[in-house]
Design a protein around this ligand. Structure first.
Ligand code: ZN
Length: 307
């Protein structure tokens, strides 16, 4: 079913990563710049992420002896340094997720480059390391994003949805490894309802929501793919849901043959396999289009007749 499975380490059947995007209230200020500070209930819902959920998540990871990846807007690193310390103490990866969750597709190339670089500096200052990976805020990967990532020597991107296994984004500035996910493994459709965020989904039961991710995982396990959970501490870090996640992790580990690790490790392994010739990924040349896609009217007699 998967035409090109990756040779995962130690004969693992699949690779898996529980990734959290710790957006906190950055998304609210962006959505409502004029009156976000008066939307206190929404702020409290989103602050639940760094204040309550992150310590809970990191504690669970410690219990299982696993290290995972958090994508964090740099503004949140400045606002919630304690949550970042908790992640780092647990040995987890802190990856790039914009400055204040801005939308790269709405800015010029220069603006995108500015926010990318400003946030790299903040991550480097907080963690002692340049970020290796990036996930575009709200998957808003622009036609300049791949080139900008290559210019800044990123190892991987985690925003696109073009395959079941890692693949390569090729640009004039260099290559980036894509670790793809999709909306089916994102927790917003399962668990998020907020009028302030203009996002209203019928909330699933904790077990029902996590079942969706389990089904996606089983398919990847069966066919040698890569399973990535794209989760948010304020949503999946809530108590009943997190208890279901604990059961999901137990299920994965008991099933066996799963390489559950940080995104940077997965990207490094893929690169090593590519360099050694044991994996030949699909290659997407980006940007897909360099000009507006338009359809010309039909010329000739038929067109004239229609007028
Ligand atoms: Zn986000």
């Amino acid at each position: 079913m998967v035409m090109n499975p990756v040779p995962w380490p130690n004969g693992a059947r699949c690779a898996a990563a529980l990734t959290f995007d710790m957006d906190a209230d950055s998304i609210l200020h962006l959505e409502h710049p004029d009156d976000s500070i008066s939307r206190v209930s929404a702020i409290s819902m989103l602050r639940y992420g760094p204040e309550v959920a992150v310590p809970r998540i990191v504690e669970t990871y410690k219990r299982f002896g696993i290290k995972q990846t958090f994508f964090v807007p740099a503004w949140c690193i400045e606002q919630y340094p304690k949550a970042i310390e908790t992640m780092l103490e647990g040995g987890h990866e802190v990856a790039h997720h914009g400055y204040i969750h801005e939308n790269p597709t709405a800015g010029s190339r220069e603006e995108q480059a500015y926010w990318l670089r400003r946030s790299i500096e903040i991550i480097e200052c907080a963690t002692g390391q340049r970020p290796r990976g990036w996930r575009a805020p709200l998957y808003n990967f622009s036609d300049h994003s791949a080139e900008l990532l290559a210019e800044e020597s990123f190892l991987y991107d985690a925003s696109l949805m073009g395959d079941d296994v890692p693949y390569v984004l090729r640009t004039d500035k260099g290559d980036i490894i894509e670790l793809p996910a999709h909306w089916g493994v994102d927790d917003w459709p399962q668990f998020v309802q907020s009028m302030d965020l203009d996002y209203m989904m019928p909330i699933k039961s904790a077990a029902g929501g996590i079942e969706v991710f389990k089904q996606e995982f089983d398919a990847m396990w069966e066919h040698g793919g890569l399973w990535i959970g794209v989760w948010h501490p304020f949503a999946t870090g809530r108590l009943a849901r997190w208890l279901e996640v604990v059961e999901l992790i137990e299920y994965m580990l008991e099933k066996g043959g799963v390489w559950l690790t940080r995104m940077e490790e997965i990207a490094r392994h893929v690169k090593k396999c590519m360099d050694g010739g044991s994996y030949t990924p699909r290659v997407d040349h980006l940007p897909y289009y360099t000009d507006r896609v338009s359809v010309m009217p039909l010329a000739g007699p038929r067109h004239k007749a229609a007028e």
